[in-house]
Ligand binder design. Sequence first.
Ligand SMILES: *Cc1c(COP(=O)(O)O)cnc(C)c1O
Length: 426
Amino acid sequence: MSPSPALPGHPHIAQRDGALHVEALPLAALAREHGTPLFVYSKQWMLDALAAYQRGFEGRDALICYAMKANSSLGVLRVFAEAGCGFDIVSGGELARVLAAGADPAKVIFSGVGKTRAEMRQALAAGIACFNVESEAELEVLNAVALEEAGRRARISIRINPNVDPKTHPYISTGLKGNKFGVAHDRALATYRHAASLPGLEVVGIDCHIGSQITEASPYLDALERVLDLVVLIEEAGIPLHHLDFGGGLGIDYNHDTPPAADALWKQLLARLDARGFGQRKLVVEPGRSLVGNAGVCVTEVLYTKPGEDKNFCIVDAAMNDLPRPAMYQAFHRIVPLAARDAAGATTYDVVGPVCESGDWIGRDRELNVAQGDLLAVLSAGAYCMSMASNYNTRGRAAEVLVAGNRATLIRRRESVEDQLRNELT
Ligand SMILES: *Cc1c(COP(=O)(O)O)cnc(C)c1O
């Protein structure tokens, strides 16, 4: 058998005939047609990632709600909407977006610590499945808004902070005591009792979300036990919980990371749920990164190479406003040349963008054999890149292409300076 040309951990990205492909299409041709920086996504990777969750929940009553903040482009949302997914939203803007992509509002849940009254009204009018409430103060406001809205009760779940360490970057760890998210474990029962007494609310579930880029099963198992302990207490208090929502957070392979596969993880979690008698309860999950992260690459052109006193710089046309994760979290993204050159001529570079900030780097100390005009692919760029993109330095946001087999669809035009100036007044 000949070795697979696919990059390790990236089954739909492969070097063929000396050129890097996403599915059946060479990235260089897409970059020529659409310019750089350019995000390119593999539809098959997304569907395969979703299928792992679907396999994991086979025979169960489960709703997979894609956490759309990971990548909220309409073309990406449409893939998941067509596959029957629900969605986890965190703003009224995301609600409008996901409805525009054809989502069923009855499969939409609304998370976030700072929902406004206007957003609550918008979500009630749309008829979403559930508000994941994050504080006692939010309960009061949601109750008031629901009562004002012609007799419509708001279905709610309360986000519990299970106080487990997800063993990830502190900025993406959300289930520890010091975080702003959720209601403390100790306050949970009292908060549920109060929620059940409010006439504008209908208690339907419980939820947690302990962090992101989690690469081990143990934090999930710990959180599960702690949430189930609370479920027992809450139901003993006469408040039935229709669904249990375990959030998202499963990691992907950025740099030899080895997170459990979604189906393997859920096999373990379901065994615990079964053992404790909750295996037939309706389950909800909110995966974001693990459904899109490794579906995407960002193609960027080498503008200059610049030997420095201590370091050599490879200056590319993608920047922190396209790929914010290195600047925000010191995150690692693999960087691969589109056309492989002889590794013998490699130099150690810091790959940096044109933005006027020292934090504008994409990769540090990378061995690359590159020259001006070469194209590079920044891998694992499907999640928390385009959705976090900004216009800093008045840079237009990149274009996006969705690849399915040998078909490429432009799902977002490159943002022009006219687009950026449209809302400004002089
Ligand atoms: C961001 C977020 C998710 C998704 O997290 P991933 O790490 O991308 O899977 C799920 N639920 C909530 C409440 C979130 O804030």
